[in-house]
Design a protein around this ligand. Sequence first.
Ligand code: SF4
Ligand code: SF4
Length: 300
Amino acid sequence: MIKVQIFNIQKFSIHDGPGIRTTVFLKGCPLNCMWCHNPESINKNIDILYDKEKCTLCGECIKKCKRGALKIIDEAVITDLSKCMFCGECAFYCINNARELVGKEYTIDELIQEVKKDMSFYEESGGGVTLSGGEPLLQIEAVLKILKKLKNIGIHTAIDTSGYIPFENMLKIIDYTDVFLYDLKIIGDDKHKKYIGVSNALILDNLKKLSNLDANINLRMPIIEGINADLEDITKAIEFIKQVKIKDINILPYHDIAKHKYKKLGRNYREDIMKVPTDKKMQIIKNMFEKEGYNVKIGG
Ligand code: SF4
Ligand code: SF4
C-alpha cells in the first residue's frame, strides 16, 4: 500500500495559496538551501530533534532505549543513528520535551480523512489543500493519488514545488493541480550552485515547460539579504520571468525564526551571511516587479 511520509499538517493556513487551506508538509528534498525554514523536511526519513537547553541529563531516555542507541557525551545526549529504530520511546518518556521525532507515515485514506475535516472552511473561503515540503513531488505516486482523491471530492489543490524534479513528475499531476506555487530562488547559476549546491538549469527549464502548458503558476521568491537581494539579482530574475507566462509573484522576506531547529538537528546555521531584508528593500523589489506589470505581494 502506498504511504506518504509527512512531518506536519498545518490547518487554517492563509499563506500557501488562495483562501483558508490545510498545508501538508511532505518529507524529503533534493535541495539543501541554507535558509530553509523547514530543515527537518530535507531528510526523507524520520529525524530526531534534541534540545540540549531543555535536557537535564536525567538519563531516562537512555534507560528506555532498547537498542542502546543513546549515550551522554560532553553533557549532551548523543544518538547513534545506526542503532536507532525510530520507535519514539525516548521522546515519549522525556518529561522535559527535549527529544522529538519528526516524520510520520500516513495512508492516503488517513490523510484524506484528516484534510476533509475542514471542508466547510475551504468552501466558505475558496481555499483547499496545499502539498508542500520538502519537495512534495519526490513522493510522486502518493501525491498523484492524493490529488486525484482531493479533486474527486471537489477540493482545490496547490503544489508548492522547488522545481528540482524530473518534468515527468509535473506532467503526471498537472491535470489535478489547480495552482503551482513555484519557488524561484537564484537566477545566476554559479550563485545557485554556491548556495544551494546544484545547478538551477532544471528548475528554470521546468518552469518554462510548465508555463508552455498553460499551468496556473504563482511564483514565489524568497528574498535573503546577503544571498539574492542585490538589485542586480532581481533584475536578472525579472529578465528571466519575462520569458514565462506568469502574472502573480510573492516575494517572501527571509526571517531567522527557524534557526533553533538547526541547533536541535545538530546542523550549522549561517547567520553570518544571511540577513533579514529591510521593509524598504522589500518595497524597492516589489516596485521593480510591479513596474514590469506583475501582481506582487510581499509575503505568502
Ligand atoms: S530523558 Fe530528556 S531530559 Fe532526560 S536525559 Fe533524556 S533527553 Fe535529557
Ligand atoms: S527512537 Fe527508539 S531506538 Fe531511537 S534512540 Fe529513541 S528509544 Fe532508542
